[in-house]
Design a protein around this ligand. Structure first.
Ligand code: 13P
Ligand code: SF4
Length: 343
């Protein structure tokens, strides 16, 4: 029964005391968030991980986040992901071999005029690739600053692996859509609508399977039926959805917007289900719904649950570290160059 598990997890956490720190991403289940020492969006959690001194860091989030935490902590600290199956389908859309091959091809078109940027939702190997090629990481909280920075360094950028965050950010900075090409890693091919020399942004053809569930028709239906309901989405949604919405931003931005909104205000939110449900429960005096009437879960985020967390905690009490995430030294050294530019 979950009550018993809750008590067991509480007991183990207490025994571990200051040797343990638990980070929780906003998309985690309530039963997990209940144990987090801190919650945050991807940027906040990387910043907090970088300052942590605890021996054990349990990362309640997905694999790439735990890798980032491991890169930013010292070798004598252990970063633990309670369930190794908690990956990210978007991060899996760019592997290092595809990326290296793409880079060679793109350099044959553009020479030394490209800089790579990667969304933190990517493997440590991709972050290392970006680091050794002079680029940086970005999160949805700082994408505008980071893209502006990249385009102040070189004429054009390669943005991995989320085409939607890349496109939405570039549009916000006034870059015309026609000058954005798409790199298809499966076909190993550049799709473009303008002359090669006019390309400013090359978007890796990746996406978030959760945010793809929010569709222009959901926005159109709401606009027709409830024109006074504000629409607030994550920038991993498509350009069409973001352009038709009222506001777009990271999970922290979404939370801050609702917290600052008027009592009685009406919202439709386009992001992961656990966060939407938590906002509905936290602000009963606002009228909040999911933009897609069928709530959209991130299945991999949801793999971290109370049984897995309890298991990780009780093993630590017994002196055993399970599911430790370790990035090799060389990869970490190169990835840190990309992360530090951002942090
Ligand atoms: P943020 O919390 O940075 O907005 O990221 C959302 C996300 O998809 C994490 O996987
Ligand atoms: Fe990856 Fe999307 Fe899940 Fe975030 S919500 S972890 S981007 S699949």
């Amino acid at each position: 029964p979950s009550n018993e598990l809750h008590e067991r997890a509480q007991r183990a956490k207490k025994l571990l005391g200051e040797r343990l720190y638990i980070l929780g991403h906003h998309y985690q289940k309530d039963e997990v968030i209940a144990f987090a020492d801190v919650t945050g969006d991807s940027l906040q959690l990387s910043q907090i991980a970088a300052k942590q001194t605890a021996d054990y860091i349990i990362f309640c989030g997905v694999h790439f986040m735990a890798e980032t935490a491991d890169i930013l902590t010292t070798p004598n600290q252990a970063v633990i992901l309670p369930d190794m199956r908690a990956g990210c389908s978007m991060a899996d859309m760019a592997n290092i071999d595809q990326t290296e091959r793409a880079w060679v091809e793109l350099q044959s078109y553009f020479g030394d005029t490209i800089i790579p940027l990667t969304y933190v939702n990517s493997t440590a190997a991709i972050k290392a690739f970006v680091g050794r090629n002079g680029g940086a990481t970005v999160t949805s909280s700082n994408a505008e600053e980071m893209v502006a920075w990249a385009l102040s360094q070189k004429e054009r950028m390669l943005f991995l692996p989320d085409q939607h965050l890349g496109r939405n950010t570039a549009v916000k900075l006034g870059i015309p859509l026609e000058t954005m090409a798409i790199w298809d890693p499966i076909k190993h091919k550049l799709e473009l609508e303008c002359a090669l020399e006019d390309v400013r942004v090359i978007l890796w053809k990746g996406h978030c399977s959760v945010h793809m569930n929010f569709l222009p028709k959901h926005v159109a239906n709401l606009r027709e039926k409830e024109p006074d309901r504000k629409i607030l989405v994550h920038p991993e949604c498509t350009y069409e959805v973001v352009a038709a919405s009222d506001y777009a931003g990271s999970t922290k931005y979404i939370i801050d917007m609702i917290a600052a909104s008027e009592v009685g205000s009406k919202w439709a939110i386009g992001t992961e289900m656990n966060l939407v449900n938590r906002l509905i429960a936290t602000y009963p005096d606002r009228d909040i719904v999911s933009l897609n009437p069928f709530m959209c879960p991130c299945l991999t985020m949801n793999r971290i649950d109370l049984p897995h967390l309890t298991w990780a905690l009780e093993e630590l009490v017994e002196g055993r570290i399970i599911n430790q995430i370790s990035v090799d030294e060389k990869t970490a050294e190169e990835a840190i160059m990309a992360l530090e530019k951002m942090l």
